[in-house]
Design a protein around this ligand. Structure first.
Ligand code: NAD
Length: 471
């Protein structure tokens, strides 16, 4: 029986391994993590992450061929294939702070693999890493070699949070990069055999190691760039009376452009886009390509600008001050169908409004009060002063309350900011909402989910990204 071990039981390691276990019943899959609470949660009825369909997949194979454990060394030692899916955040201090990927977790995982291994292994990069990381990992593994062969593959993950299970069941492609040596090709073949259980052969792409590593950074940079492009257009739409939805539809019908990822919004979030572009910027700078670095930097700058524009719009619409006014924040996760708040635009918007002394009442169906308070206590990334990434003092509880019902958040509010496109925000009883609010009642839709005309008929003053403004 082939044994797989995955180091890192997070948003990627957990779902990807659960799907491999489901699709490959003859393979034993063990997901290991140093974080005991996370592993305990994976072994309980309350999984540590929210993903539609995940509970069902885990229930079908946990205890049969899918296991979660904190006994990292034992399961790594026994595995034939070791996936490494640890976090690779942006460095916060030292060389490359604020841009470069922090590979501390990766390096310690690699050293541990080298220490505990007693048999040959394929080591798979599942985390998103800078191009050429495999070279460094190879050096660490082979340096400690005791007659054991380690073959490194890059197999970056393209799932999107919120649709992870659907993406894993039917991926656009699976990418496997390896050395062009006989061992490298043999290892590619072994990993291909795993995915071939459910992924059609023409969707499994094989490349060299560096192309695979760079493709993941490039994919995230292109996706984020598309969002920044449409968001840049949204600002121009507001200035001219054009409607960004109509512009998006018009350009999206061009088959060279395509309709996906053209929704204007308050900005992108999530743990990956910003971190991976910063990393790309750093790699370009290190390779003597400052103009290329500047090009990608601009994607993040437009994203920051979009969030700032939103805050300014809220404050200026509400008679140039939100001081002492109650504002309901609907949604805090960076997108719907996840409880993940990493880099969510809601953090920056809330901080902007708190800076103008607003009182916030926050509701998200999947994010806890603890998480929201922790997020609001951290300072945002400062492009010009990356070394100054210090935590702020925790925000006063009096200015922020977190509630468990949208209507409760909205009651007596002067304004509503929609930060996440949860379906329930489309279907609220907006007459009831209007009746419970202070007047004039404002809605600032950061995700373009509400029916602007209907709401205006009720009496709301509505701001929707990139749409003609209320006269
Ligand atoms: P995560 O923070 O949710 O999970 C990482 C886990 O690794 C944590 O539970 C941590 O405790 C564990 N870990 C760290 N060092 C360890 C060690 N030495 N031994 C055992 N466990 C260890 O991160 P994530 O969101 O799952 O992302 C993982 C990687 O995948 C990152 O590189 C990320 O960029 C990439 N990625 C993420 C997504 C996404 O949507 N989240 C999508 C594609 C790729």
């Amino acid at each position: 029986m082939v044994k797989i071990c995955c180091i890192g039981a997070g948003y990627v390691g957990g779902p990807t391994m659960a799907v491999i276990a489901l699709k490959c019943p003859e393979i034993e899959v063990v997901v290991v993590d140093i974080a005991a609470p996370r592993i305990n949660a994976w072994n309980s009825d309350h999984l540590p992450i929210y993903e539609p369909g995940l509970d069902d997949v885990v229930k079908q194979c946990r205890g049969k061929n899918l296991f979660f454990s904190t006994d990292v060394e034992k399961h790594v030692a026994e595995a034939d294939i070791v996936f490494v899916s640890v976090n690779t955040p942006t460095k916060t201090q030292g060389l490359g702070a604020g841009k470069a990927a922090d590979l501390t977790y990766w390096e310690s995982a690699a050293r541990m693999i080298a220490d505990v291994s007693k048999s040959d292994k394929i080591v798979v990069e599942k985390s998103t890493v800078p191009v050429k990381t495999a070279e460094a990992i190879e050096r660490i593994l082979t340096h400690n070699r005791k007659g054991i062969n380690f073959t490194i593959l890059s197999n970056p993950e393209f799932l999107a949070e919120g649709t992870a299970i659907a993406d894993l069941f039917k991926p656009d492609r699976v990418l496997i990069g390896g050395r062009e040596t006989p061992e490298g090709q043999k290892a590619i073949h072994s990993l291909k055999n795993v995915y071939a259980h459910w992924v059609p052969e023409d969707r499994i792409l094989c490349t060299n190691l560096w192309s695979a590593e760079l493709s993941k950074l490039a994919a995230n940079a292109f996706l984020a760039q598309r969002i920044s492009s449409v968001n840049a257009m949204s600002a121009l739409c507001e200035a001219t009376g054009a409607d960004v939805s109509q512009v998006s539809h018009s350009i999206g019908t061009d088959s060279r452009i395509g309709p996906k990822f053209l929704n204007a919004s308050v900005g992108f979030g999530g743990s990956c886009f910003q971190k991976d572009i910063l990393n790309l910027v750093y790699i370009c700078e290190c390779n003597g390509l400052p103009e290329v670095a500047n090009y990608w930097k601009q994607v993040i700058k437009v994203n920051d600008y979009q969030k700032m524009r939103f805050v300014n719009r809220v404050v200026s619409s509400m008679f140039n001050t939100v001081s002492g006014k109650k504002i309901a924040i609907l949604g805090f996760a960076f997108k719907k169908d996840t409880g993940d708040t990493r880099e969510t635009p809601a953090i920056d918007v809330c901080k902007g409004l708190l800076g103008d002394k607003a009182k916030l009442s926050i509701y998200d169906p999947q994010v806890t009060e603890d998480q929201i308070m922790r997020d609001l206590a951290m300072k945002k990334f400062d492009w010009d002063h990356p070394a100054h990434l210090q935590p702020l003092s925790p925000t006063s509880n009096k200015q922020v309350s977190v509630v468990w019902d949208a209507y409760e958040a909205i009651k007596d509010a002067h304004g509503i900011c929609i930060m996440t496109e949860w379906d329930e925000f489309k279907n609220l009883d907006y007459q009831k909402v209007y009746d419970s609010m202070q007047k004039p009642a404002f809605i600032f839709d950061g995700r373009n989910v509400v029916n602007v005309n209907k709401l205006r008929e009720i009496g709301f003053i509505v701001y929707s990204i990139g749409k003609p403004l209320d006269s």
